[in-house]
Design a protein around this ligand. Sequence first.
Ligand SMILES: [Zn+2]
Length: 170
Amino acid sequence: MAHYVTCVYCKNKFDRDKEPTIQVSARRYAHEECAKKHEENKSQEEKDLEALEKYIMNLFDEPYINARIRKQIKDFKKEYNYTYSGMLKTLIFWFEIKGNSIDKANGGIGIIPFIYNDALKYYYSLYVAKLANENKNIEEYKPKIKEIEIAPPKVEAKKIKLFHFNDEEE
Ligand SMILES: [Zn+2]
């Protein structure tokens, strides 16, 4: 007899007697593979939260995350769908790159929603600049090297003369 259940993660129906299954709770099941993936994702998110909390504790020089900041983190995630790593990057952008003082922070991270998009733009422009540099390496630097290799010594000599001539004229 088949036991059809719905995977809580991928929402597909499957026979729990035939496929590797994890029982999530009393009457909820998941593919073993889907549950594994979920755990991996969850632990990455947990790591991101840990990094964010560590940064905030350093920022305010406190050994713990107070209830107010804990609530702010929770609210920003829920209301604006911000990620923990996005919030961390936003704080780094505001306090380290923009050099703002924590004196105006009032012991909280309420600044995040006001600058999240600016921070995002900043990191995006860095990313684009990096891509542009990578293209430059291929398109500009390579042909130059080729030109020198191919050019016969005579042409090189002419080029040098031409430069001298121009220099004298100036
Ligand atoms: Zn599944």
